[in-house]
Design a protein around this ligand. Sequence first.
Ligand SMILES: [Zn+2]
Length: 173
Amino acid sequence: MTGRQVIRKVLDMGGLEDVASPHELFQHVAAQCAGHEEFRRLLDTCRPEQRRRAYDTLVPHLRFVAKPLDVYIAENQNEAERKQLPTIAADGMLVPFRRAEILSDEFAAQEAIRKSLARLRMTVVCRKCTKQAEFFGDRKADCIAEARSAGWAYDETMATGGETCPECLDFKN
Ligand SMILES: [Zn+2]
């Protein structure tokens, strides 16, 4: 398993609080961190209120001497601001991906992680009812695949804005 898959697994289990036997899992997660860069990213995938616990739990298992938690958090913030992860709208326009919105505490950890691990966000607008939806993925093709599996369809005959939501597809044109 890659580090990313391990993190996914941890968070699919409901977050750090809900891991039944965390010790072995944390050992495994820590072993996936080859250096500061990966450890920093791992901390970035934790909910803000979990970072201190994640840090304290993982540090003893790391194969290198960790920097203070504050340093990693500052580095993550700098990187987020510097990179402004790109997202794409349905018309192919790139728009800045504001990380704050996905790391908000109101989101369930799993949702936040899924989105924060995705490199792209695609916003689609239904051409009939103007309902909007967002889909996430590492490549544009992944975003589109997510939209398709969620029931959105695309009218190839339209030059732009041919997306139709699942509800509207149930009605005859
Ligand atoms: Zn619709």
